[in-house]
Design a protein around this ligand. Sequence first.
Ligand SMILES: O=P(O)(O)OC[C@H]1O[C@H](O)[C@H](O)[C@@H](O)[C@@H]1O
Length: 564
Amino acid sequence: MTTPRVEITDEGLAEAAASLVEKLVGDAAASKLAGQDPTLWGPDAEPEASKRLSWTLLHNTSRPLVAELDALRRELHEDGVDRVVLAGMGGSSLAPEVICATRSGAEIGGAYPLVVLDTTDPGQVSDALAGDLSRTVLVVSSKSGGTVETDSQRRIFAQVFEANGIDAASRMVAVTDPGTSLGDLARDQGFRRLVEADPGVGGRYSALTAFGLVPSALTGVDVGALLDEAAEAAPALARDAADNPAVVLAAAMAAAHAAGAEKVVLADTGSGLVGFGNWAEQLIAESTGKQGTGLLPVVVEGPEAPGFADAGPDATPIAIGPAAGGARVSVTGSLGGQFLLWETAVALAGRLLGINPFDQPDVESAKQATRDLLAAAGSGDGAGTHDDAPVLTDGPVEVRVAGSAEQAGWLGSPATLAAAIQALVDATPEAGYVAIQAYLDRLDDASFATLRPELAKATGLQVTFGWGPRFLHSTGQYHKGGHQNGTFLQVTGSVADDLAIPGQPFSFGTLEHAQARGDAGVLAAPKNGRPQGDVTARPVLRLHLADRAAGLVAVANAVREVSR
Ligand SMILES: O=P(O)(O)OC[C@H]1O[C@H](O)[C@H](O)[C@@H](O)[C@@H]1O
């Protein structure tokens, strides 16, 4: 095992961080955090913080789950059930995906023994349903129990299990907080198991709770070893010392932020962990991106990717793994150790930034906008189909904007797709960022992710990439609550075979589209800390691909024409 280590390789940053290290050590912040002191973030944050700090001791308190989950895995195996599908969003799926991918030795983007369903894309849902259901268990994970994506996935799996002559309840394992509607349902319907999670831990800090451990253990991961890794790291992370790696990481991020580098660019440099940046992304963005401040995580393809080695003064390249390729900070350690390290560092950075790292005040707005659109669609088929008229259609791509004509004034009158993307790039402030948001199938349409490095290379701007609706539960908070210097390139695609959601008046395709439209509307609206009447902020360009494959080619070609 390797205990976590954080090294600031940039001299100037190390110097700037030193005084913040001293401050955290002087305040005994690390030991107070390990002792679950809710006063660390000021009186306004205290009520929330006092319900959200149990994660500091999960390496002890989650121990009883190890034997329990091993027994459940054996029981399922005896029944011939060994394919694990996980329905869950954000904090309820990001950690188990990293755990299962890492422990199976998968390449980034490679195959690992957990099907993660964190989408409403009908094609991706159909593919998960097309696996061998006779061997499948569905883990339904939701802390709140009320997340629409997760509920919809559960509904369709139940229907398809039954249609195949399989008792659905016997193939469902629920993970949720005590007292939720999902817990009631699991009890009423007699699910194979209901595992109640520790309610004293927020979603994005829940890697080592039942949310991280249940799906992982069911695929055969040794979750006891994961807890051992966190336990090994814990003492160093609780010490009020200048070499506490969490203190150093928090100080580095906050010092960089104070100097104008509010973005942290994360590249894996050979950590041995798979996809860790996607988990850290939610932790950093949702915890810090609020009140017009925060740290924007930019997860890149590797140390050679645009935005990392060539990062400007607005961004800090952080290596997950040994220092390489222009990294200013390097973070190494075991998986369990790094979970606890980053959680501790982000909580401490929250103190230095003066925000409450445990709330997500702007996430609800996109959910509400989606509900409004679905309700307006009445009996259900309208939200996806009755969209505004496109501003222009270029080959397979329909181009739209969000917001009023006045709010969309930045667009001008582009004649081509490339001109529209150029207008978005031109509307991006100096040292701002572009967020690409693709409401597509992240497996079948995986190549859309290449748009991130292409656009970053073409513009020199920091560019993030998120799959919708997954990113709404991760970076979505930052986009609305963090530094207001982003512009947004939303991509939606035609749906070949839509899927009804049993018991709901809307389909997966309609829901996916309503989520995209709803969030675009919220982004374009002059709200959330910005002065009313500020009509120019948050440009949102919406691209709808009448044909996904041809659309990708068209968008990629257009991006190559863009410059800055
Ligand atoms: O686990 P759930 O209650 O279903 O929540 C899933 C996700 O929902 C919201 O978007 C929160 O902002 C996330 O932090 C959370 O992880």
